[in-house]
Design a protein around this ligand. Structure first.
Ligand code: ADP
Ligand code: MG
Length: 367
């Protein structure tokens, strides 16, 4: 594979994940979505006339001239169709043409289905009771007897049972190779468990049809050790990109992106390219990108693995703030110093087995 293509596929990995997020719909939550849509429509309606400010005190063309929304999304679709080696982006198997077509069809079909249902509900003048989920309302992530073997008989995770409530901050710690990333990838449905079941934000993850995976993934913002920013885009565009992919109206986007950049303390660096930023700043851009679409869950896989102690502390403080603002935060790390200092719930995994789960624990407490 040519070098350029390789770079493209690296950068496009995140792009594809995000692009996939466009699909709507989940039977488990139809009623919920229906209500949400009605509320959102109503809110959008009542907001519209008053909304005149962009929220960014800068010339608009700085970040909009090359990026008409529809064209941007179309271009990315085309780029993905043209350049991504089909059949493997990490372990996510995507046949892009087919997936995009399915996405569109699904979106169309589900939108029309919801419209019909909404009309029916209105006509009959009642609302069906929301179907009761399997879990209590305050549980957002749950793994029940989850095992995963990449090689038959060699479990990378072995009978894992974890329940995480909405608004929790949880560290997952363990030596290299203990199965932490496997756990994250199971939550994202990049992998399916060999046995057991996984629930994330109301989705039964291992049973989801492929077409619904993007909807699941919209529940989770993700940051990685190596940031995964688009190198040829500035800070603003790296964050805005996540919004373009889910087709947030440009007016809203111009408010959301500066807001989240301010939250991560990068409002002044919106024009910088990733290579002009420190590691800590790059990770903050990645955090902004993960959070701009307001997912209820943030997953961070070794987010400070490439950072010095000072930046590590800053990123951790930021994660704490994000959590205080209501996001459920799951951080995989083996920085024992940080874990001990932060006094959060700590789940320790050893060779695929959960060996301890402490409310305000420390790293390696069980030793
Ligand atoms: P951690 O993130 O805690 O370092 P991983 O979840 O990456 O651990 O890996 C857990 C175990 O699963 C390791 O033994 C690793 O070698 C194995 N493993 C991870 N990914 C794969 C894969 N794609 N194929 C085969 N084995 C894998
Ligand atoms: Mg790992």
């Amino acid at each position: 594979m040519a070098k350029r293509e390789l770079e493209d596929s690296e950068e496009l990995r995140a792009a594809i994940d995000d692009l996939n997020k466009k699909v709507a719909g989940d039977p488990e939550r139809e009623e919920h979505i229906l209500r949400m849509e009605e509320t959102e429509e109503h809110e959008a309606e009542s907001r519209r006339p008053a909304e005149t400010e962009d929220g960014y005190d800068l010339p608009e063309e700085e970040f909009t001239e090359d990026y008409d929304d529809e064209i941007a999304v179309k271009n990315f679709e085309d780029r993905i169709n043209d350049t991504v080696p089909m059949g493997g982006i990490g372990d996510i198997v995507i046949s892009s043409d087919e997936a995009l077509r399915e996405d569109r069809e699904l979106r169309g079909a589900e939108a029309s289905e919801r419209r019909t249902r909404r009309e029916a509900v209105k006509k009959e003048g009642f609302r069906r009771k929301r179907r009761k989920g399997k879990h209590a309302d305050d549980v957002i992530i749950s793994l029940e007897g989850v095992s995963k073997s990449y090689v038959k008989g060699v479990p990378a995770l072995n009978d894992v049972n974890i329940t995480i409530k909405k608004g929790e901050f949880v560290f997952i710690v363990g030596d290299s190779g203990s199965g932490k990333s496997t756990l994250i990838r199971l939550l994202l449905r990049e992998l399916k468990p060999t046995t057991g079941s996984i629930w994330v934000n109301g989705f039964q993850v291992e049973k989801l049809r492929r077409g619904r995976i993007p909807k699941l993934r919209r529940s989770m913002g993700i940051v990685f050790q190596d940031f995964k920013l688009l190198k040829d885009r500035n800070v603003y565009e790296n964050v805005a990109f996540a919004q373009r992919i889910i087709q947030v109206p440009s007016r809203e986007m111009k408010r959301n992106v500066p807001d989240i950049l301010a939250t991560v303390g990068l409002a002044g660096k919106y024009k910088a390219r990733p290579n002009e930023l420190s590691g800590g700043e790059q990770q903050r851009v990645a955090l902004a990108r993960a959070l701009v679409n307001k997912p209820p869950i943030l997953l961070a896989d070794e987010p400070t693995g490439n950072l010095d102690p000072r930046n590590t502390i800053e990123i951790m403080k930021l994660l704490e703030k994000i959590n205080k603002d209501g996001t459920t935060v799951v951080v995989v790390t083996h920085n024992d110093k940080i874990v001990n200092e932060m006094q959060k719930r700590v789940i320790t995994i050893k060779k695929g087995v959960v060996v301890s789960d402490e409310e305000t624990g420390g790293y390696g407490d069980e030793d």
